[in-house]
Design a protein around this ligand. Structure first.
Ligand SMILES: *[C@@H]1O[C@H](CO)[C@@H](O)[C@H](O)[C@H]1NC(C)=O
Ligand SMILES: *[C@@H]1O[C@H](CO)[C@@H](O)[C@H](O)[C@H]1NC(C)=O
Length: 250
């Protein structure tokens, strides 16, 4: 019987850790309504589940207080001048195991010339997490940033086609030779003039050999001056570059 109980207990714990934050039984539904003068303090083990849109003056969570945003089909908007999560306070919107699927907007309102309370560190309009506070926000994973490695034309929305592998393999001076009437890139090459003088000489020869009338577009990635020699600087200046002769470290 003992081992059976232990098993059930274990299952219960396991089940619990995978449960969505807004499904925790400890939470009390909370719908504070709409009042710009309502200062909300959530502390002393109050654990609340925001179930509908609301406007308040501000929300401060600390001392064992917890606020969870319900994951509903209704769009939710929470308006406040600030949300401060202090020591031992928690605000949860989804979790890593249970990303938020709803539509939540947090709007911070107020004017810069509002008189009244200003936090010494966060200022006036903020979602602030102080020492010992917890803010968890998890939803659909999105590409937060990437490098662009080709021209993005209006209407071509598929961000997944533009990735640039950032690596030292791309260091130096990158050259494109462009046909001026069609805009076609005829050749691209890279010269690691950080690493070697040979690369500098190769660059000088390369640009000398480009046919008249074509466009040379060049950029420096990371560093390109360390082993750049005068011959290459002169070759580029002769072709019209106004900056190449004084290209410096980084
Ligand atoms: C979320 O809700 C707002 C307000 O109702 C709406 O304007 C917006 O389009 C919704 N966004 C999505 C992705 O459904
Ligand atoms: C851009 O990056 C992608 C992914 O690394 C690669 O497949 C593609 O060839 C690159 N395009 C250009 C123009 O370098």
């Amino acid at each position: 019987l003992k081992s059976y109980c232990a098993y059930v207990y274990y299952m219960y714990l396991f089940f619990h850790s995978a449960v969505c934050p807004d499904q925790m039984p400890e939470l009390q539904p909370w719908a504070p309504g709409f009042s710009e003068s309502h200062r909300v303090t959530i502390g002393y083990d109050r654990k609340l589940l925001l179930t509908s849109s609301a406007t308040v003056h501000s929300i401060e969570i600390a001392n064992g207080g917890k606020l969870v945003i319900a994951d509903t089909n209704q769009p939710l908007e929470l308006r406040a001048k600030h949300i401060l999560i202090g020591n031992n306070g928690e605000l949860h919107i989804g979790s890593p195991e249970c990303p938020y699927k709803g539509n939540l907007t947090i709007s911070l309102y107020g004017r810069s010339d509002d008189t009244g309370d200003e936090h010494s560190y966060f200022g006036r309009k903020y979602v602030g997490v102080g020492t010992g506070g917890t803010l968890e926000i998890h939803a659909e994973k999105k590409l937060s940033w990437t490098f662009l490695n080709k021209t993005l034309h209006p209407g071509e929305g598929n961000e997944n086609s533009y990735h640039f592998e950032r690596s030292w393999g791309n260091r130096g001076i990158i050259v494109h030779v462009i046909e001026p009437t069609t805009g076609e890139v005829l050749r691209t090459d890279r010269f690691d003039t950080y690493r070697s003088k040979d690369e500098s000489r190769r660059l000088a020869q390369y640009v000398e050999a480009v046919e008249d009338g074509q466009i040379l577009a060049m950029m420096v990635n990371d560093e390109g001056s360390n082993n750049l020699e005068d011959s290459a600087r002169k070759a580029l200046s002769k072709l019209g570059s106004r900056h190449f002769h004084r290209l410096g470290f980084r």
